[in-house]
Design a protein around this ligand. Structure first.
Ligand code: C2E
Ligand code: CA
Ligand code: CA
Length: 499
């Protein structure tokens, strides 16, 4: 601890001189579209080339500088350096593409932050799209209006804002709905404990963390945001990211952060991508309201008495993107969580006849944009042997040319369905017994006034009395008329003793 304190003190003592002597270096780490192989830009990362300690990584500096306020001075230096590089490269005809710079959450509290950044872009006469702004998710954690206002100002002015270090909490997308950021950066290292890599069978297995990443990627796309995965270190991670449609990557697998001259050499000859890809909604049923934590739709979604979920349809494949707690409990029982539900593959469990019903309903709501009601049967949902019937109302909320998004409100009607089936079974069994018995059987209700109501008789009953079924019902309105008069008293006595 003593050593740490001394080291920290040394850093503090020397930081101002270091800035004057230009000992801080800006390094660049490229960002790629790994599906197309194109480059999309870089992130600027600071290092201190210390005369004695050598290259000091930012993790050893930034926390101290954030505590003593120096971070703003350093960041201004980094931003200006980046702008200078961009200007030089433009002048040299090198299409270096955009660069993202980090903005500490402490910078966001400075009154002149906006003026400083706009001033730099103007001073170096850069297209506004070349400088991107990275703000860590935690800066928005405490519903900070001020932070939000600054970010809005940047976006309004035309900057692209990226939310850095977006965590695994899928629900935090909700809290970020108010942030008008265009890019979400997800750090793979946050997922490393969930990411299993190769299993013993040599097969890829992505655990629940992966599934949550997937739903974050999809939701971000539905919000019109691009997603960059950073800290990508393995081919398995890269393949998985491709499989879930996360095309933008930054990580050691592709390139480490490097000094400016290396960066320029590195990207020479690599095709560039002009614009980040995002899903474009061709029709939008107030989709965004759905992710807004304060919107009525969301409140209804979360507090809805029944279960509800949001599913995506793509190439006739369905996947759950969001579910409320009620839905989880309804489908998986008391111990089932929303996370469990999100890792569930609904398609594996829907029964064949229900699959047809489901897709018919889906296509109908797509055609009419109206609510469509259907009953669906699922098998082995969450637990082996579990049978689930859901009464479902679905509605399309958004769609693109290739994907659609649906809202499903569900009631669990399993008990009712099972009881109904049980009743039917009993009736069928009874019928089978009665028609096979050699003997007449009839069921009759005699009410309190002595009125007789016929319920049922088997074939033998009619034939034994010498009637067909039709004849019997035409001619006999009261079975007691068939009893010989001297027995009538006895029969009535027996009946009254039974009732
Ligand atoms: P960050 O903004 O999340 O930056 C990404 C960090 O991940 C960088 O660390 C980068 O070198 C590292 N990284 C990239 N690919 C991989 C990978 O495949 N595996 C692993 N394990 N790491 C990878 P770096 O450069 O050490 O920066 C650390 C943090 O320091 C940054 O995290 C950022 O929060 C902060 N920082 C760096 N430069 C600046 C700056 O100029 N201003 C401010 N305010 N903060 C900065
Ligand atoms: Ca960053
Ligand atoms: Ca990051």
């Amino acid at each position: 601890m003593r050593e740490r304190l001394l080291y920290e003190q040394e850093i503090i003592n020397e930081m101002n001189t270091a800035l004057e002597k230009e000992q801080f270096e800006v390094w660049f780490q490229p960002i790629y579209n790994h599906s197309s192989g194109a480059r999309v830009g870089a992130e600027a990362l600071v290092r201190w080339r210390h005369p004695i300690h050598g290259l000091i990584p930012p993790n050893e500096l930034i926390p101290t500088f954030e505590r003593n306020g120096f971070v703003y001075e350093l960041d201004k230096y980094v931003w200006e350096s980046v702008c200078k590089y961009l200007r030089t490269w433009l002048d040299e005809g090198i299409d270096s593409l955009l660069v993202s710079v980090n903005i500490s959450r402490y910078d966001l509290l400075k009154d002149d932050l906006y003026d400083v950044i706009v001033g730099l872009v103007n001073k170096y006469n850069l297209p506004i799209s070349m400088l991107r702004i990275e703000i860590t998710e935690s800066a928005f954690a405490k519903d900070n209006r001020r932070v939000l206002d600054v970010v809005k100002l940047f976006v309004y002015y035309g900057f692209t804002v990226e939310i850095d270090d977006f965590g695994v909490g899928y629900s935090s997308l909700n809290t970020l709905k108010d942030v008008p950021a265009q890019v979400l950066k997800i750090d793979m290292s946050f997922l490393s404990t969930h990411y299993d890599g190769a299993s013993q069978s040599g097969e890829q297995r992505i655990s629940r963390g992966g599934t949550i990443l997937e739903s974050v990627v999809r939701m971000a796309k539905w919000l019109g945001m691009a997603v960059i995965a950073e800290g990508v270190e393995t081919v398995e991670q890269a393949n998985y990211l491709k499989s879930i449609g996360c095309d933008y990557v930054q990580g050691y697998l592709y390139a480490r952060p490097m000094p400016a001259h290396e960066y320029i050499q590195h990207i020479v000859g690599v095709r560039k991508e002009e614009k980040l890809l995002t899903v474009e909604l061709v029709e939008n049923y107030d989709n965004n309201k759905f992710w807004d934590p304060t919107s009525l739709d969301t409140l209804v979604f979360n507090t809805y008495v029944g279960g509800a979920c949001i599913i995506e349809l793509h190439n006739d494949h369905i996947e759950i993107l969001r579910a409320n707690d009620k839905f989880a409990k309804m489908v998986g029982g008391e111990n089932c969580t929303i996370k469990d539900i999100l890792s569930l593959n609904l398609e594996d469990h829907i029964c064949d006849h229900s699959r047809e019903t489901f897709f018919d309903s889906v296509h109908e709501t797509l055609r009419t944009c109206e609510d469509v009601v259907c009953e669906l049967q699922f098998l082995d949902l969450y637990e082996k042997g579990r049978e689930t019937y859901l009464h479902t109302t679905m509605r399309v909320i958004a769609r693109t040319t290739t994907r659609s998004l649906f809202y499903m409100a569900c009631f669990n009607i399993t008990q009712h369905k099972l009881a109904e089936r049980h009743k039917l079974l009993v009736r069928q069994q009874l019928q089978a017994i009665m028609s096979n018995v050699v003997g007449g059987i009839s069921a009759t209700i005699i009410d309190n006034d002595g009125k007789i109501n016929f319920i049922f008789a088997n074939d033998y009953f009619y034939s034994m009395l010498g009637y067909t079924e039709q004849q019997y019902h035409k001619e006999v309105d009261n079975p007691l008329v068939l009893v010989v008069p001297e027995d009538l008293g006895r029969v009535k006595k027996i009946i009254s003793s039974l009732t």
